[in-house]
Design a protein around this ligand. Structure first.
Ligand code: ATP
Ligand code: MG
Length: 402
């Protein structure tokens, strides 16, 4: 079959295929971009597979970067664009369920396509827009099903991350999972414990923020795969509750919002510890924990000035959005008004800081000073105290704090 319209991303990359071919090698577009082009979805990275070995690829193009030579990948720079060119390869014996013990470069496209995870991810596209479909991926795309390439059980045994990718693609493509493939995912799910948490996080995060996240999560629950994910053992019912609580059409607005809802649904008592187990970045932890705290405060109180100041408009809007999706009361315009009326939005806007109080008033650094600054901050936010040096000094004197 021929692709009727070659998206501009591929057109721009055609000279790369042509150069490889002119040098006597085979070269194709491969992977997710081909799948997305056939589906008429937006394309991100254009990946290229070639029979040329990395050193041969490097000899053809003037500007290259070694990004993963041992896996056969060379980054080729062309104009503003960069393309990963990966040598056709097979992956031999997996000893630890996650990485091939050896990557062998081969000269055959078919061998390369065979090691790919799902039939809809195993297309190749040539310079004439011809789709190479060795595993009936087109049929599966049509039927909207994910099917493992080859023997499902074997493929998930080789690399258990594929199990997680399966749930993720069900969510991002809104596809069902073919029966035998699903059964194999269920049976091999315990191997997820052997996969690096960071890689699982990436897939789970993509799942939660995908447009059909419900489908992905439902499959993950049905396969009892949560039992093998960090801090989620035995949490199937709570995960199910997360699905039940949120209205059917609801989509998460950000990754942080999705994880905050997950933590709330799982009734996690220490969000920070949970996210540490998932090895997420500090910035991510900070944001998610703030959302969970804001959500919990909002559950017991109406929004007020200090709540708005403390969590910020953006976070409170994300929380209200979660409340709305569960049919709870919301106070959108009230919060916007509170925010508009705030005299300061950040403690750095306060005209004094610890250093100034130490220098001007001879205060000592330490917890007492910290408490004092917090007190000043709160008084300014609530409007009891003008944000002016003289007024603040007078306030401290009056309160007998200095
Ligand atoms: P996305 O649109 O999210 O980028 P993708 O299909 O391009 O999805 P990538 O993770 O970018 O997924 O991988 C590119 C291609 O490499 C896949 O389409 C698939 O053919 C192959 N692939 C990636 N990871 C694996 C894996 N763990 N096992 C087998 N094949 C894989
Ligand atoms: Mg990709």
């Amino acid at each position: 079959m021929k692709l009727t319209h070659l998206p501009s991303e591929f057109q721009e990359a055609l000279p790369i295929l042509e150069k490889l071919k002119a040098a006597g090698y085979e070269a194709y577009f491969v992977g997710g971009s081909v799948r997305d082009a056939i589906l008429g979805r937006p394309i991100h990275d254009v990946d290229i597979a070639s029979s040329s070995y990395p050193e041969e690829t490097k000899a053809i193009f003037p500007r290259t970067i070694d990004v993963g030579i041992e896996h056969g990948t060379v980054l080729v720079l062309q104009g503003e664009q960069e393309y990963e060119i990966t040598t056709f390869r097979t992956e031999d014996v997996y000893v630890d369920f996650r990485r091939p013990s050896q990557v062998s470069f081969v000269r055959s496209l078919e061998e390369d396509l065979k090691r790919r995870d799902f039939t809809v991810n195993a297309f190749a596209l040539n310079e004439e827009s011809q789709i190479i479909d060795k595993f009936e991926g087109l049929k599966d795309l049509d039927a909207r099903v994910l099917r493992a390439v080859g023997l499902a059980q074997e493929r998930f045994n080789e690399d258990a991350l594929r199990i997680m990718r399966g749930f993720r693609f069900a969510a991002s493509l809104d596809f069902d999972i073919e029966e035998k493939t699903f059964q194999a995912m269920q049976e091999t799910a315990p191997l997820l414990e052997k996969i690096s948490v960071e890689r699982i996080f990436i897939e789970f995060d993509k799942l939660l923020t995908a447009s059909s996240w419900r489908k992905g999560l439902e499959k993950l629950i049905a396969a009892v795969a949560y039992d093998y994910l960090p801090e989620m053992k035995g949490k199937g019912q709570l995960l199910q509750k997360m699905l039940d609580r949120l209205e059917p059409e609801f989509l998460f607005q950000s990754s942080e919002q999705a994880w905050a809802m997950l933590l709330i649904a799982l009734e996690v008592s220490d969000p920070r510890a949970f996210l540490k187990k998932w090895k997420t970045s500090n910035d991510f932890q900070k944001l998610v924990c703030a959302l969970v705290a804001a959500y919990q405060e909002r559950a017991v109180a109406r929004p007020d000035k200090f709540m708005t100041y403390q969590f910020g408009l953006e976070n409170l809007m994300l929380v209200e959005n979660l409340r709305q999706a569960q049919g709870l009361s919301v106070a959108l315009s009230e919060i916007k008004q509170l925010d508009a009326d705030l005299l300061i939005h950040d403690k750095h806007e306060i005209v004094v800081n610890g250093g100034i109080l130490i220098a001007k008033l001879g205060l000592k650094p330490g917890p007492t000073l910290g408490a004092l600054l917090h007190d000043i901050e709160k008084a300014i936010v609530l409007g009891y105290l003008p944000n002016e040096k003289e007024a603040i000094f007078a306030y401290l004197l009056e309160k007998g704090r200095i």
